[in-house]
Design a protein around this ligand. Structure first.
Ligand code: HEC
Length: 194
């Protein structure tokens, strides 16, 4: 009887450990929360494509967008911005129906981190800022975020979302930059919608 119980306890312990291990593998290291409600975002709702690219995996673990400053992703990010955001936020994110996204003033201060910006895009905010997970894949959200950050017009020191290393290379937006057709980088070879 005693040893039976011991066996059950060990089996239980192994079971619990496995459960924890599985849960850890599936849960992002960072808890992303809805900008308005604070509810934990559920990535099960994300579009099936582009949800486990290396870029998305890295971002969900670290909160650092690996596409910032990567020209191959910026080029695609611009196209996504022009089709999904600029109608409300303006061509250069200068603000229109929705607020400007190219300066350091944020209605929701958490948007100065990429974790916060991603949460706002994924889960939406108020009024016509609806959740974008219905339109954009997680990977495309990272690309459009990189473009929004690229449009930032103030000093690099105010670019809170950048790592120290990225900040050294960062240049405030100063007019349109022409990118080569398929620049090298992490998003190279992905179809650019024309
Ligand atoms: C239909 C219009 C509309 C579209 C499309 C739209 N937005 Fe918005 N957005 C708004 C409005 C209106 C607000 C203000 C909402 C609020 O204050 O809660 C807003 C707020 C935001 C904010 C919060 C800004 C702050 O100051 O904290 C971010 C970030 C944002 N939008 C990013 C985006 C991005 C990126 C896209 C494209 C993927 C997008 N939006 C598409 C209308 C839109």
């Amino acid at each position: 009887m005693k040893s039976k119980m011991k066996g059950a306890t060990i089996a239980g312990a192994i079971g619990a450990t496995l459960l924890v291990a599985v849960a850890v593998a599936q849960t992002p290291a960072i808890t992303f929360r809805n900008t308005i409600t604070g509810e934990v975002l559920n990535f099960d709702d994300a579009l099936p494509e582009g949800r486990d690219t290396p870029g998305v995996k890295k971002f969900l673990q670290t909160g650092v967008n690996p596409y910032n400053e990567d020209k191959s992703c910026l080029k695609l990010g611009e196209q996504i911005f022009l089709s999904a955001c600029s109608g409300c936020h303006g061509h250069l994110a200068e603000g229109k129906i929705g607020p400007g996204l190219n300066d350091s003033y944020w209605t929701y201060p958490q948007n100065e981190t990429d974790e916060g910006l991603f949460s706002t895009i994924y889960g939406g905010a108020q009024a016509s800022m609806g959740p974008q997970f219905v339109n954009l894949s997680l990977d495309d959200m990272l690309k459009v975020m990189a473009w929004v950050r690229h449009l930032f017009k103030e000093e690099p020191e105010k670019a809170k979302w950048l790592t120290d290393e990225q900040r050294k290379a960062f240049k405030s937006y100063s007019g349109h930059e022409e990118f080569p057709d398929d620049p090298p980088g992490q998003c190279k070879g992905q179809a650019a919608a024309k």
